[in-house]
Ligand binder design. Structure first.
Ligand code: ATP
Ligand code: ZN
Length: 294
């Protein structure tokens, strides 16, 4: 009989590793690592984690070694074979590992639009995504595939442009390149194969997804408490960002003032607090929300 434990592949060492593990831990997984630390077993839910290179994750899912995986959308799109049915399903976007796959050219090069790439050589580690983009834009260009340090290709005269992952743009800056065209926006996603999971695994996945939703909502949310004159409440409610109905509690020995408690689903900025104060709020506290279940 097949194991009823849900197996999730994560990046072992890299930009997605810490956030992936931390998300699962915040979902309540108590993890016990094996000696090799390639394998973690959750003590309190039927979930096992396999730590591998991110590029290997789609194949491990396709070969049914794992049920789910966490990877960047860039890796998923690169490996998806357009000639076969889509094998993978994005189960959830996870909000970390945000970056974009962009075309960049040396700063001194004039670039008006994508037609500037016609007959140019573009170096990339993402040939499939780039070829698709060029085809969609009817651009004939040469794609040179290199596996790493793509940003030095123009300086080595290997290419006229590059197509690489960018987040802050610092690497481009350091290499005298400018970003001219976004090809793909990417973030970490949880993927699974399109086939159905067993009943038990599916139940575990549902629990995990519900918890992930709670963790992600809580991350954004804040619990705001303050005192305010009763008469100021209508004005104050208009100022509260993305919040539900507030709880209004009367204060001991104070008839005209109330305490207001409210969960805000958005970040709370200093200028909001200043406006609340101007509208009559005092003793304002903004607290992080640890968990949330709707
Ligand atoms: P591995 O050894 O697992 O193959 P890697 O070198 O391919 O690692 P990393 O550099 O750790 O991978 O990046 C993993 C993922 O992080 C990328 O595929 C991408 O989705 C995301 N990412 C976010 N920001 C960036 C960035 N600035 N540069 C590269 N990747 C980024
Ligand atoms: Zn990789």
């Amino acid at each position: 009989m097949q194991s009823a434990r849900l197996v999730i592949a994560l990046q072992k060492k890299g930009r997605l590793s810490d956030d992936s593990i931390s998300l699962l831990q915040r979902c309540g997984l108590k993890l016990l690592s094996s000696k090799s630390s390639l394998f973690y077993s959750a003590q309190n839910l039927p979930i096992d984690l396999l730590l591998v290179r991110d590029d290997d994750i789609p194949a491990l899912i396709r070969d049914k070694v794992c049920d789910l995986g966490i990877i960047g959308e860039n890796v998923l799109h690169e490996q998806e074979n357009p000639s076969e049915e889509f094998v993978f399903e994005k189960v959830k976007k996870l909000g970390f590992g945000k970056c974009r796959l962009s075309i960049a050219v040396p700063k001194e090069v004039d670039f008006s639009d994508v037609t500037s790439l016609i007959d140019r050589k573009i170096a990339t580690s993402y040939p499939n995504i780039l070829q698709k983009f060029l085809k969609e834009n009817k651009i004939e260009a040469r794609v040179v595939t290199i596996s790493g340090s793509v940003e030095i290709a123009p300086r080595l005269k290997m290419s006229d442009a590059i197509c690489d992952l960018v987040s802050t743009g610092r690497t481009l800056e350091e290499n005298n390149l400018k970003e001219v065209q976004v090809v793909l926006e990417s973030q970490a996603v949880m993927i699974k194969s399109r086939g159905a999971l067993s009943f038990e695994k599916n139940k575990t996945l549902e629990i995990l997804l519900r918890r992930m939703e709670g963790v992600m909502q809580a991350q954004e949310s804040k619990y705001i408490l303050f005192h305010a004159p009763k008469s100021a409440i209508p004005e104050i409610r208009k100022l509260l960002p993305g919040s539900e109905s507030p709880t209004i509690i009367s204060l001991a020995e104070c008839d005209d003032k109330v305490a207001v408690h409210v969960v805000s689903r958005e970040a709370v900025f200093w200028d909001t607090l200043e406006k609340l104060r101007e509208a009559g709020a005092s003793a304002i506290l903004v607290l992080p929300v640890e968990k949330m279940m709707l």
